[in-house]
Design a protein. Structure first.
Length: 129
């Protein structure tokens, strides 16, 4: 019964947080994961501290081991944040297609036949002398 009361309480907190625009944290961040310096070390898992992005050269604050302990995640070594990938290389361009062959010209039409000449007229009669 106690378990159900705890679940109901947690559900109320989640629903209330969603309505207010905030939600309770689901878990602590591991080494190399993002944290918020404004929250101190509260975002990080036990034994980790939230290091400032300016100190690491990263895009965000990162959970790392405290000073004196060697990090296992490259993000804590400075300059590499594993949750941001690098861009890929460009592909090569394809080759152009070949042109088609031209069509053949049509043949010219034949000329029409000429008309027949008309017949000459008959001569007139001579006058009396």
């Amino acid at each position: 019964m106690r378990f159900f009361k705890l679940c109901a309480l947690f559900g109320s907190l989640v629903l209330g947080g969603a309505l207010l625009g905030t939600a309770p944290s689901c878990g602590l961040q591991g080494e190399g994961q993002r944290c918020d310096r404004l929250a101190g070390d509260a975002d990080c898992d036990t034994g980790l501290v939230c290091k400032a992005k300016e100190d690491l050269g990263t895009a965000s604050d990162i959970c790392c081991p405290p000073a004196g302990q060697a990090p296992t995640d490259l993000a804590c070594s400075g300059g590499l944040q594993h949750d941001a990938g690098t861009g890929g290389s460009a592909g090569t361009a394809g080759t152009g297609g070949t042109a088609g062959t031209g069509g053949t010209a049509g043949t010219g039409g034949t000329a029409g036949t000429g008309g027949t000449a008309g017949t000459g007229g008959t001569g007139g009669t001579a006058g009396a002398g």
